[in-house]
Design a protein around this ligand. Structure first.
Ligand SMILES: Cc1ncc(COP(=O)(O)O)c(C=O)c1O
Length: 373
């Protein structure tokens, strides 16, 4: 008898898509999770040269080319303060596939995965697809996740907890102390800490830290990608870093689902990671300026918004009906409950647009706010 798996029936298409479909073609789109900058020229050129020389005609190693994995290892030592063996990396089809292989390899049917609420949409869906049970963890007032809340939620069935910093959809950045605590919790309770670090370079205040820096066991698994840092969402290139035994299990999933990340993208990523990094600094500078414009505008219209310290999202509390009013005025924002029950009463605003467009969008938001008073 034909039918669908109960795992897939538990998952629906992301609420973000529905919003795009509701908005007109000329709408200003503040719903997108991708930087509005071009991919650095040296990355594009590396891919073109690799294609023209025929270097991309064949499968690469399942884990990705050794040159790319060496570039990721060098980047990790440079930016993240810990060493990773290139053998302990798998290049994936974006951070998305990295999350998928990590959850699929570690979560058994019926096991629990603790996820931030609100949190990035994939964590809940991928947990269901693995047959697991997502368990939402409330966030603090400043929208960071309290390690004490994670620890309190751990049961005998917990396989994993997910940390995302800087975070989508909140822009919150976890402190170094929090990251130390997450590492301790993973060590002491023998659960996996899945650390999603795809926004690690987009930090405006403080610095990014990884639980991997502090863990004493191999219980931390790191997911990262070129997508946000180098404006390469379309290239689909991410990676997962973990110990040998964990990489070996994740490779079983990756090998059968993907074989290897797309070869042209691997060449582009290697160039992006090992080439000049000033393009990233320029992009982060532009995001910082926009964040201030957005925060000033939202605060000025009386909305309460925790200051985002990273990524390119803000998550103000908004009155009932606000998101629909804003969309009716030609600006796409995402209702907060697309990211979990605690997102209700909030909107996620992405500021991956230039300052002029952002100011125009703020006028629409002001109109919506006034209309609801
Ligand atoms: C927190 C977070 N993790 C992972 C991803 C997936 O990124 P990628 O485009 O590399 O698959 C996203 C994309 O929006 C994200 O926001």
């Amino acid at each position: 008898m034909t039918g669908f798996s109960s795992r897939v029936e538990q998952v629906s298409i992301s609420g973000i898509r529905k919003v795009f479909e509701a908005a007109g073609e000329d709408a200003i789109n503040l719903g997108l999770g991708q930087p509005d900058f071009p991919t650095p020229e040296h990355a594009r050129t590396a891919a073109v040269e690799a294609i023209e020389s025929g270097a991309t005609d064949a499968y690469t190693s399942n884990k990705g080319t050794i040159e790319l994995r060496e570039a990721i290892a060098e980047k990790t030592a440079r930016d993240n303060g810990y060493d990773v063996d290139p053998a302990h990396l798998i290049a994936t089809a974006g951070g998305s596939e990295a999350l998928h292989v990590a959850i699929e390899a570690h979560v058994d049917a019926g096991q629990e995965v603790l996820i931030p609420d609100p949190g990035f949409v994939s964590y809940e869906a991928l947990t269901h697809l693995a047959g697991g049970t997502p368990v939402p963890v409330d966030l603090r007032e400043d929208l960071t996740m309290d390690p004490a809340d994670v620890e309190a939620a751990i049961t005998d069935d917990t396989a994993m907890f997910v940390v995302c910093s800087p975070a989508n959809p909140t822009g919150a950045v976890q402190s170094e102390d929090d990251m130390r605590e997450f590492a301790r919790i993973a060590d002491e309770h023998d659960v996996v800490c899945l650390s999603d670090e795809v926004y690690e370079r987009i930090v405006f205040e403080g610095a990014h830290h990884s639980p991997m820096q502090f863990a004493e066991t191999d219980n931390v698994v790191v997911v990262n990608a070129c997508s946000k840092t180098y404006s390469m969402t379309g290239w689909r290139l991410g990676w997962v870093a973990a110990s040998n035994r964990r990489i070996e299990r994740m490779l079983r999933v990756h090998q059968y689902a993907q074989a290897c990340a797309a070869a042209p993208s691997q060449f582009a990523a290697e160039a992006a990671l090992s080439g000049p990094q000033d393009v990233v600094d320029e992009m982060v500078g532009a995001f910082a300026e926009r964040r201030d414009v957005l925060l000033d505008g939202l605060t000025d219209m009386g909305l309460d918004v925790p200051t985002p310290k990273g990524a390119f999202y803000a998550m103000p509390r908004v009155p009932d009906g606000w998101v629909d009013e804003v969309i009716d005025r030609g600006v796409v924002v995402v209702p907060g409950d697309a990211f979990g029950a605690n997102g209700a009463g909030h909107a996620r605003i992405s500021y991956a647009v230039d300052v002029e467009t952002l100011k125009e969008a703020l006028e629409a938001m002001r109109g919506a706010t006034n209309a609801l008073q």
